[in-house]
Ligand binder design. Structure first.
Ligand SMILES: CCN(CC)Cc1ccc(CNC(=O)c2csc3nc[nH]c(=O)c23)cc1
Length: 245
């Protein structure tokens, strides 16, 4: 997969993409990430990329020209991208389903907005998808772009070890994860639950499932409503609800 990121602050991306899983994916040639500075496509001598809004109002608006010029350059080099994603607060809420959809593309362009907004002609004539990463206001689209790239890249075959992706399948039943423990058995008087030390695989499986159900019930009942629950799950939930009566 090729990801072209249009941004005013390419330096912001240095850390997250040069470490760990994304770095390995790039080295393996599974993903190519190009950082493109929007300012390089400004056609005026002051290299400006924003201007005052028509109709008045506070703040500045990102101009259309540098983004259209950058898209021409991308198209000339690599042909039409599958998706052109504008990161913006008013976009479609990003979630695992959107990540899976984008992970099937060969070529993504991400546009990181700034200022009060971007000239609407960009959204109208260049953009295929507008994506928000949540209902809170950030200073720009760069962190959202990193979040999207991270979530999408890990779904590209070969990026995660096959074990991890197999594990992913088991979690994708929509419940929250059960608690994890590792050595030592006791640390500062805090002990690991006995069942996990028992070696009794069926009891451990049941305990973990119960923990997932309890946690999901406690903090994400909305997920519980949507999850694919087995008969066994319903029995566990019934006994839990009995207990807390
Ligand atoms: C004045 C109204 N603001 C919209 C809520 C203007 C505005 C604020 C912050 C931004 C910068 N944020 C993003 O570009 C952004 C891009 S994706 C995203 N997801 C969640 N929250 C976000 O702020 C974002 C852009 C416009």
């Amino acid at each position: 997969m090729v990801v072209d990121i249009l941004t005013l602050f390419p330096e912001m991306f240095a850390g997250p993409f040069d470490a760990s899983i994304i770095k390995r994916a790039r080295e393996k040639g599974l993903v190519e990430i190009n950082l493109i500075n929007i300012r390089d496509f400004s056609r005026n001598k002051h290299r400006t990329v924003d201007d005052t809004p028509y109709g008045g109002g506070a703040g500045m608006v990102m101009a259309a020209e540098p983004l259209f010029e950058a898209m021409d350059w991308i198209r000339a080099r690599r042909g039409d991208p599958g998706r052109v994603i504008l990161l913006c607060p008013a976009g479609r809420p990003f979630n695992q389903e959107v990540a899976a959809e984008l992970a099937r593309e060969k070529h993504l362009v991400l546009i990181c907005g700034h200022y009060e907004g971007i000239d609407e002609r960009v959204a109208e004539h260049l953009v295929t998808d507008e994506i928000s990463i949540g209902d809170y206001v950030l200073t720009g689209g760069e962190l959202p772009a990193m979040v999207v790239v991270d979530a999408v890249c890990r779904l590209i075959p070969g990026v995660l070890g096959e074990r991890a992706s197999a594990q992913e399948e088991s979690f994708s039943d929509g419940l929250l994860e059960y608690p994890h423990y590792t050595r030592p058995r006791e640390y500062r008087g805090y002990r690991v639950p006995e069942v996990l030390l028992s070696g009794h695989h069926e009891k451990i499986r049941l305990w973990r499932r119960r923990q997932s159900l309890l946690r999901t019930l406690a903090s994400r009942p909305d997920l519980l409503a949507r999850a694919s629950l087995t008969g066994e799950d319903r029995k566990i939930l019934a006994s839990v609800l009995e207990e807390i009566k």
